[in-house]
Design a protein around this ligand. Structure first.
Ligand code: AKG
Ligand code: FE2
Length: 127
C-alpha cells in the first residue's frame, strides 16, 4: 500500500510538470496508518451518518470498499455523489497535504459515508 501511495505521489508530481520526487519530498517520510471502518445496518439512514463530512489529512488515501455496499459520497458543487465500489479497485482520495503542496491545484475532496438500511458496510483506508 505504501508503494502504491508513493507511486501515486510520483504521478501527481509529474502531472504538475515537476520532478517525480516533488510531492514525496514535500510531504516527508510516509508513515502510513490503516483504518478499518465498520458501519452496521441502520433501519433509518435519514437519522444517522456513518462518517461525517471531512477531508483526509495526509497525502493520498487509498480506500478499499468491501462487500460492494455503496456508502461513500463526495461533495461537488454543493451536491453529494455516491462513489460506487468497483470490484478489485481502490478509491484514491487526494488529501490535505497534497492540496497544500500543490498550491491548491489538486483539491482535497470533501467526503462522508452514509449507512445502509439492510447491509453492513466495511471500508479499509490507508492514509
Ligand atoms: O468508509 C468510507 O467510505 C469513508 C471512510 C473515510 O472517509 C475515512 O476513513 O477517512
Ligand atoms: Fe476520509
Amino acid at each position: 500500500m505504501k508503494k502504491l501511495s508513493e507511486r501515486l505521489l510520483e504521478c501527481l508530481s509529474i502531472n504538475l510538470g515537476l520532478s517525480p520526487n516533488y510531492l514525496k519530498e514535500a510531504l516527508g517520510e510516509l508513515h502510513q496508518d490503516l483504518m478499518i471502518n465498520h458501519y452496521p445496518p441502520c433501519p433509518d439512514p435519514s437519522v444517522a451518518i456513518g462518517a461525517n463530512k471531512h477531508t483526509d489529512l495526509g497525502g493520498v488515501t487509498c480506500l478499499w470498499q468491501l462487500h460492494h455496499v455503496v456508502g461513500l459520497q463526495v461533495l461537488k458543487d454543493g451536491e453529494w455523489y455516491p462513489v460506487t465500489p468497483a470490484p478489485g479497485a481502490y478509491i484514491i482520495n487526494v488529501a490535505d497535504m497534497v492540496e497544500l503542496a500543490s498550491n491548491g491545484i489538486y483539491k482535497s475532496i470533501q467526503h462522508r459515508a452514509v449507512v445502509n438500511p439492510t447491509k453492513r458496510r466495511i471500508s479499509i483506508a490507508a492514509f
